[in-house]
Design a binder for this molecule. Sequence first.
Ligand code: ADP
Length: 464
Amino acid sequence: MKFDLRTSESAKLPFHTVASLKERLAWLINLRWLSIMALLFCVPVADKMFGFKIGFDEITNIAVILLAINILYFFIARHFPFKNEYQELAFLELQILTDLLIISFVIHYSGGIGNPFYFLYMVQVILSGIIFPGKALPYFNAIAAALLLTIWTMLEHLIMVDRYLLRDEPATLALIITSLIAFYIINFAGLYIINNFMNGYRSLKSIIDQKNVQLEKAIKDRNRTFRFAAHELKSPMIAIQSTLDVVKSLFSSDLRPEVKEMVFKAERRSSQVIDMVKEMITVTQYNLGMEKPVFENIDLDEWLFSIVSHHKAYANNKNLELIFNHLSITLNVTVDTNGFEKVVSNLVSNALRYTPSGGKVIVEPFVSDHSYGLIVKDSGIGIPKEDIEKIFEEFYRSKNAREAEQIGTGLGLNLVKEIVHHYKGEISVKSEIGKGSEFKVEFLLEENQNSFEQFDESKQSVLL
Ligand code: ADP
């Protein structure tokens, strides 16, 4: 039987993933290493300091047996391929039961009910309340703990087994009964509280998991619809643009100036809409995981220069200075060129779109000891202070941007942020309204990226 976090099957189990179950297995085993160390350390100390007449040798033997058992558990947990969650749960239950049995021997050899440490039984009961689903196993373990304590106490009281006393006098029957009742009350009340809490927590977690799955599905559906709509728009838009192109080139001289102007305007607008539709397709494809990363070892400066050069025609048409400040060193890095190209192109095209004619856009790669990246500066319209955080949200467009550039999706920067964060990078913005903006993208320079640097005097600032 396969358990999937996306099916209601998972709600019946306390663990939401196989990984979290394995974590608990490891946790229990680690806890046991600690108990063994505590036993091996405390027994001789207690022997020396207090001179109790208890079974020190027996307890030391038990610690050694526990050590052997724990080594076995450790190897099983590491190397045994559990077929399903139920096998792992059975393995956990086996551990809890052996622990209870071991505790019962330790308590017996260290004074029985006369030793206040008999409450150690409760540790296992509380652990099983945390670990196991439902009520059956935790309450079964609580009953096992109560039975073990009662049976050992009776056997000791009736002297059917050797007695190890912490005090000179054995406990009276009245004290035994009071101690047992106190144990039963705390044992079951404690379990009731922890079990209720854990069950509440589990159902809450399973509701959150289900909602998360629904949310992911809704986002995917939205992306699919969006992508479909963009695809449907693309062909008619390209057809409109081609028709306008034909009209422009064949009948331009026959048209009245105002009609010619309208055709030119319509052609510009349709080409902007096509760009927007293409952006919508790119973003949705990326979000749907349809675009695979393409890892390549690039010369950062050379590669960035070639990407930025693609924007030269747009910059010239709009009478903007597009400047590329070359790195003075050569740096080779391995990057997902598919994702990185989207980052660079979006930032440069935004800078060009939001800078009025006559302005300047500067692209500057940089390298420091631990990082590399690029800065895109413009002398454009700037971003209102209160919008700096919002511009990375899907569909958000500032008022001044909408006035300056009617066409836009508000999707580009969201995609840029997703890609940069996916590769553990950072993106930051500085901007002043009316003066310009500066976007900085920074990635960590990892050693395994096989980067090397060498001085290259010939590189400098270039106007594209
Ligand atoms: P779009 O440009 O299609 O609107 P983006 O997601 O690329 O979508 O950008 C979101 C918003 O961020 C823009 O609408 C604009 O308000 C703001 N913005 C981004 N880059 C710049 C820039 N260089 N200068 C001024 N505003 C910018």
